[in-house]
Design a protein around this ligand. Structure first.
Ligand SMILES: CC(=O)SCCNC(=O)CCNC(=O)[C@H](O)C(C)(C)COP(=O)(O)OP(=O)(O)OC[C@H]1O[C@@H](n2cnc3c(N)ncnc32)[C@H](O)[C@@H]1OP(=O)(O)O
Ligand SMILES: CC(C)C(=O)C(=O)O
Ligand SMILES: [Mg+2]
Length: 523
């Protein structure tokens, strides 16, 4: 065996070759250089930078990546013919450490494509691997579709490739057909059977058609493979390749049962995952292992409470180990008081138990209407909820009809000093109609100085924060409210401002229930 110690697994990244073969994932020249440099920096042993004969662009990218390489070995792919191999060498030769990777399909189905007999293909393998080895001292050979190749023929062609000078024998599960037990067993038996197997590194190249690419790659390592071929985010043909971040973190996290190491700086995983997602245009699914948005996020109350007590309750890896700043406990409809209190403290609010209870009720109401409750939503909830219990005017319910067919109509039901009253008004738009209905229920001469709407968070279900400023006889009062419904937020903000105006005046407005009540000054 060359290049590696028995417990060290070589990481061969093929994001720029097999990854780029994903339909639509084409990257520009500069993007490829950037990704290659990130792979190099994170400790990837071998970068398969492209397929140089495929196009002038691929040739230029592989050549420049080879020139720029600092630590990684740079590899290019070539079919089993001299033209491909020569072109590949012309590109990779610029790297201090380089590799030619040549392949041919050896299964019955794939032998039929060039219409070669077993013997003819065996000769071709001998010629082409020898040719590659004459150019480059580091040659990888792959029997494409190895896992569907007859056992005897597979052993025969691998022996030929080793004798012709291959230094790495890659066993591709080209169509993602293998299962973990088979994967381990295949590599183990090949190493035991093929003459010269001990002098080369066996590699595993798995595809994810049945969702087993990571399991198959790790099983192959258990069987004796010491090179894993993988891609960032599992990008690759069809369902993709083994994901680099998955095998690397699996080996790190379960080193007790998989005692092999890699040279990867795992803290760089998140950054490269995001960059590859951006440049390839393939977003990472939220629940993707390691790098998905939810991989270190806990929304449900029981989990959040457990996490706050001891993160090991629900996390087997530290988010910092992949370059995240920490665990995320997003607040949503499944969250509980422990996470809400923690969030309030993080945001600088110190709340007592009763206040927490109140905020929690409003928080659950909001969470029922909104997928995710952001920090700004919480701030809005706390501020808006101040002293609501003492308000003389309260919104009970409202219904608005609006559209293109005529003036908007708003029916507002309020509780004014404990008494339910309602009014319907029309207006120039839903907010105007609603404000008129409120004025009908609580007549007042306050002049609307300011009406402002902000979306505090993102998305069509964002909370709108509405600010209203009223002026009456030189007294100014402001009101605010936040709601996913802008018209509801507007009504509440208007009523909030009216309540403050009442407090400032120290008496009820004319026409409303005129019982004397005392208010504390809120402004
Ligand atoms: C499993 C894998 O990931 S294999 C890698 C797959 N990646 C790619 O194919 C991406 C890059 N490919 C390309 O740009 C083009 O296919 C090229 C430039 C390589 C070849 O283009 P063309 O000459 O037009 O051939 P085309 O793509 O139509 O067909 C492939 C040819 O390669 C031959 N071929 C396929 N694999 C091999 C091989 N390992 N060794 C030798 N010849 C091969 C086929 O038999 C076919 O030959 P034919 O044209 O004589 O029938
Ligand atoms: C070129 C080979 C190694 C390949 O990508 C495959 O067989 O999947
Ligand atoms: Mg492949």
């Amino acid at each position: 065996m060359t290049e590696t110690a028995q417990d060290r697994v070589v990481i061969f990244d093929t994001t720029l070759r097999d990854g780029e073969q994903s339909p639509g994932a084409t990257m520009t020249h500069d993007e490829k250089l950037e990704i290659a440099s990130m792979l190099d920096e994170m400790g990837v042993d071998i970068i398969e930078a492209g397929f140089p004969i495929a196009s002038e662009g691929d040739f230029a990218a592989v050549s420049e990546i080879a020139r720029n390489a600092v630590n990684s070995r740079i590899c290019g792919l070539a079919r089993a013919n001299f033209a491909d191999i020569d072109r590949c060498w012309e590109a990779v030769k610029h790297a201090e450490k380089n590799r030619i990777h040549t392949f041919i399909g050896t299964s019955p189905l794939h032998r039929a494509i060039p219409n070669l007999t077993m013997d003819e293909m065996a000769d071709k393998i001998h010629e082409t691997v020898s040719h590659a080895r004459n150019l480059c001292e580091n040659v990888q050979w792959s029997p494409m579709d190895a896992t569907r190749t007859e056992w005897d023929y597979l052993c025969r062609v691998i022996e030929i490739a080793i004798k012709a000078g291959a230094t790495t024998i890659n066993i591709p599960d080209t169509v993602g057909y293998t299962a973990p037990a088979e994967s381990a067993d295949l590599i183990k038996r090949l190493i035991e059977t093929v003459p010269g197997a001990d002098d080369v590194i066996f590699a595993t190249h798995c595809h994810n058609d049945l969702g087993m690419a990571t399991a198959n790659a790790l099983a192959a390592v258990a069987g004796g493979a010491r090179q894993i071929e993988c891609t960032i985010n599992g990008l690759g043909e069809r369902a993709g390749n083994t994901a680099l971040e998955e095998v690397v973190m699996a080996l790190k996290t379960r080193n007790d049962i998989m005692p092999w190491t890699t040279g990867i700086d795992t803290t760089k995983i998140m950054a490269i995952s995001r960059r590859v997602a951006t440049v390839s245009g393939f977003p990472v699914q939220f629940n993707k292992a390691i790098v998905g948005k939810n991989a270190f996020a806990h929304e449900s109350g029981i989990h959040q409470d457990g996490m706050l007590k001891n993160r090991e309750n629900f996390e087997i890896m530290r988010p910092e180990d992949i370059g995240l700043s920490g665990t995320s406990l997003p607040l949503g409809k499944h969250s509980g008081r422990a996470a809400l209190r923690d969030k309030l403290e993080t945001l600088g609010f110190e709340v007592g138990d009763n206040q927490l209870k109140d905020i929690f009720v409003r928080f659950k109401e909001l969470a029922d209407r909104k997928k995710e409750v952001f920090d700004d939503d919480i701030i809005a909830l706390v501020r808006v909820g101040e002293d609501a219990e003492n308000d003389a005017l309260k919104l009970v319910s409202m219904k608005v009809i609006c559209g293109t067919g005529g003036p908007a109509e708003s029916t507002v039901e309020m509780e004014i000093n404990g008494k339910d009253v309602s009014a319907t008004e029309t207006g120039d738009g839903p907010v105007d109609a609603t404000f008129k209905a409120i004025r009908a229920l609580h007549p007042n001469a306050a002049h609307l100085q300011l009406y402002q709407v902000h979306a505090v968070t993102e998305g069509t279900d964002a909370q709108a924060t509405v600010s209203v400023r009223l002026e009456e006889d030189g007294i100014i009062a402001t009101g605010q409210s936040a709601n996913t419904d802008t018209v509801v937020a507007s009504a509440k903000a208007y009523i909030h401002a009216l309540n403050r105006l009442l407090v400032r005046r120290g008496k009820m407005g004319e026409g409303a229930d005129s019982r004397e009540i005392s208010y504390k000054d809120l402004t």
